[in-house]
Design a protein around this ligand. Structure first.
Ligand code: ME8
Length: 687
């Protein structure tokens, strides 16, 4: 039997310490595209993702939230709107999801730790150093940047504890060799950074502290109570425990280990490219074939960590633009190996240019014309001719020559047709080359090059002009539409890894059955039957009005900012006491509003004419025009302090002050004039 080749790919397992943002989705979407691509190519794929649930940060956050660490992580991982929900929404086709709190993983980590201890690679010592709590990383003085954590730039603290150490130093030479002399780590630009900063640095590769005693939320070291396993050792081995390493839960090691690719963000390349292979060397295990360190999505220059307050919510974005548009944007707009600047404007632009204008337009124009001119069914005989099929074949075998094209004598339009055929038939090979190197942006560039070519082909052939004389040009028109459908089909097959749901819809519109959606068919020409049935469907990617949309997004962000502020804040109580006699000197009276108006040229002031019971009107000015309309207040019974010395405001005397209650709601100041029972007569003293 011909067994399928296997392919094992992983994402980092995420810290469930808060909501995931678009930066997290970036890596997972890329991994998903790769997994779908490999499935399309016929591989038996294992796509692993999960959550990294131990460590001091989680313990602290749980304490702050008043729940147990397990409750805390359960709430972020499995609750509605949590990690699992997000991956479902983003159409992430993972095959396995590991949580490092899963029993089988905990059991495996304990066995692994003991094995490394038994083989002498883990030993007990004491640790003195600088510790970055959010990153859960110990650093030496020389590794700090401006005295701060080199990964996240935050303050570090002095820390000392009895701890177990992993003899990383023992593996320095082998890891250096792995990095410098193999393709283990990519992009290559990251290799020297790793070797120079962590192996060939002053003091060489340091042994790694792999246990903690200062908190308890971790995998307990079973032979030394009080110690928990360092999160990174715990987390890195997820890639193997999830296949059944040191546990009975799964049995997939033989099939899937070593991993074909670990996708990781650039800041955790150090753990994956240095300690991970060293751990595996210590255990005598095969090394993964590739670690790919992708860049960060920055948002206005910042990595979008929650702590820097720049979160962009993937739930919200996919609700507004559709999951496929968001997935596509992430891989189309940024080269995977480098940083990219995420802006809402770029997102909308990409959707409008690539999806609405180029792809959407091509599909809707082609299907609309097939319906309009042929009732959705192209006539017999309009399919690929012999020369076209032959050109496609030669392109596939990389044997194309100009001779074949010029042989296609007779038809003046033949050259235009063959150019399109050649581009479409050659697309798969170009795309494959890029996908194999994780160059998603380039792969998509290739596809969109052909899509643009096809749009140009419509203009070159002007089907609307051909349609004016169907008797003379009907066959040509049908052939033009057939060529367009074939081009759409080839491009759509190659877009499956990026936009699976939209591709299904396009296939349905162009009448492509299962056999016309395969990897093999993407390098062939003439796969759709000539009499294919076409149905124009809904507009797949509606154009977005940029200005309007940006305004709405601003308003949403403003609202979100407000929602994050405390619901209610009142002023702190005064510490200083006032003696009773002083207090009694304040003369509070009930007053009735006889008239109220805005003060000219003042946005704030209202001018009150008040009955204070003395028989003479009292005038008070109050800075509350943003809270009340003057006419609302006429007739109300208010409270005023009446023995303050008069003050001039905007040239008018204010004789006293009206009493209000003030507080802050979601960051906005609120004010309520104190209004009392209308039965209280004007001038009544309040005491
Ligand atoms: O690092 N742009 O978890 P994590 C691109 N638990 N990628 C980003 C990003 C951004 N703005 N922000 C975060 C961990 N990421 C560990 C992994 S694996 C054994 C343990 C990426 O939740 C980040 O680079 O902090 C990392 O690869 C991933 O999200 C998970 O980050």
């Amino acid at each position: 039997m011909n067994e399928k080749k296997s392919y094992y790919i992983t994402t980092p397992i995420y810290y469930p310490s808060g909501k995931l943002h678009i930066g997290h989705a970036y890596c997972t979407v890329a991994t998903d595209a790769m997994a779908r691509y490999k499935r399309l190519c016929g591989y038996d794929v294992m796509f692993l993702t999960g959550t990294d649930e131990h460590g001091q940060k989680i313990e602290d956050k749980a304490r702050e939230a008043g729940v147990t660490p397990q409750e805390f992580v359960d709430n972020i991982v499995a609750a509605p709107g949590g990690v699992l929900d997000l991956w479902k929404l983003m159409n992430i086709s993972y095959d396995r999801f590991i949580r490092t709190t899963d029993d089988y993983h905990v059991e495996s980590i304990q066995k692994i730790f003991r094995k490394m201890y038994d083989n002498g690679d883990i030993y007990k010592g004491s640790y003195k150093g600088k510790y970055c709590k959010p990153c859960e990383s110990f650093w030496t003085e020389s590794q700090l940047v401006d005295g701060k954590c080199p990964d996240c730039g935050r303050e570090v603290m002095d820390a000392e504890e009895e701890a177990y150490f992993f003899r990383a130093s023992k593996y320095a030479d082998r890891v250096r060799d792995l990095l410098l002399n193999t393709d283990f780590l990519e992009p290559k630009s990251r290799v020297h950074e790793m070797v120079n900063n962590f192996i060939d640095c002053e003091g060489g590769l340091q042994d790694l502290c792999v246990s903690r005693t200062s908190f308890t939320w971790g995998v307990p070291v079973d032979f030394d109570p009080g110690h928990v396993v360092y999160v990174w050792l715990d987390a890195l081995f997820n890639y193997m425990t999830a296949l059944g390493y040191q546990n009975e839960k799964y049995n997939d090691l033989e099939k899937f280990w070593p991993a074909d690719a670990h996708f990781v963000g650039k800041e955790i390349v150090r753990f994956h490219a240095i300690y991970w292979p060293a751990f595996l060397m210590s255990m005598g295990l095969p090394l993964p074939k590739k670690v790919y360190g992708h860049g960060w999505l920055n948002f206005n220059g910042d990595k979008m960590s929650k702590s820097k307050g720049n979160v962009v919510d993937p739930h919200l974005l996919s609700q507004r633009y559709g999951v496929d548009a968001l997935r596509f944007f992430l891989l189309r707009s940024f080269p995977f190996g480098s940083d990219g600047n995420f802006t809402n404007e770029l997102l909308i632009q990409t959707i409008n240019n690539d999806l609405a204008n180029d792809l959407g337009n091509l599909v809707s124009r082609t299907t609309a014309m097939a319906e309009k001119y042929f009732g959705g069914n192209l006539p017999e005989g309009c399919g690929a001719d012999e020369v076209e099929t032959q050109v496609a074949e030669l392109v596939r075998n990389r044997e194309i020559s100009g001779a074949v094209i010029s042989q296609h004598g007779g038809r003046p339009e033949a050259l235009i047709d063959l150019e399109l055929v050649r581009e479409a038939a050659g697309l798969r090979a170009a795309y494959e080359g890029q996908m194999e190197r994780f160059q998603f942006q380039n792969a998509l560039n290739a596809v969109f090059g052909v899509i643009q070519r096809a749009n140009k082909y419509i203009d070159e052939n002007a089907p609307w002009a051909l349609a004016k004389d169907m008797e003379a040009n009907g066959a040509r028109l049908a052939h033009v539409l057939y060529n367009l459908l074939e081009t759409i089909r080839v491009c759509t097959v190659l877009l499956i890894p990026f936009m699976p749901e939209s591709c299904d819809k396009i296939f349905a519109q162009i009448g492509a059955d299962k056999t016309a959606r395969t990897w093999d068919s993407a390098a062939q020409w003439g796969v759709l039957p000539a009499t294919v049935s076409v149905t124009k469907g809904d507009n797949l990617f509606p154009r977005i009005d940029m200005d309007k949309e940006l305004k709405e997004l601003d308003a949403i962000m403003e609202e979100a900012k407000k929602a994050a502020l405390p619901a209610l804040e009142v002023e702190p109580f005064l510490e200083e006491q006032v003696d009773f006699d002083t207090f009694c000197k304040s003369d509070f009276r009930a007053v009735k509003v006889k008239a109220c108006e805005n003060v000219k040229k003042s946005a704030k002031l209202l001018r009150f004419t008040l009955d204070d019971g003395t028989g003479t009107d009292r005038q008070i000015l109050s800075g509350i025009a943003m809270y009340y309309k003057p006419e609302e207040l006429v007739g109300k019974t208010l409270v005023a302090i009446v023995n303050l010395p008069p003050r001039k405001m905007m040239g008018l005397d204010s004789c006293g002050m009206l009493i209000s209650a003030v507080h802050t709601e979601r960051g906005e100041e609120r004010l309520h004039l104190l209004m009392v029972d209308d039965a209280i007569p004007a001038g009544a003293k309040l005491c």
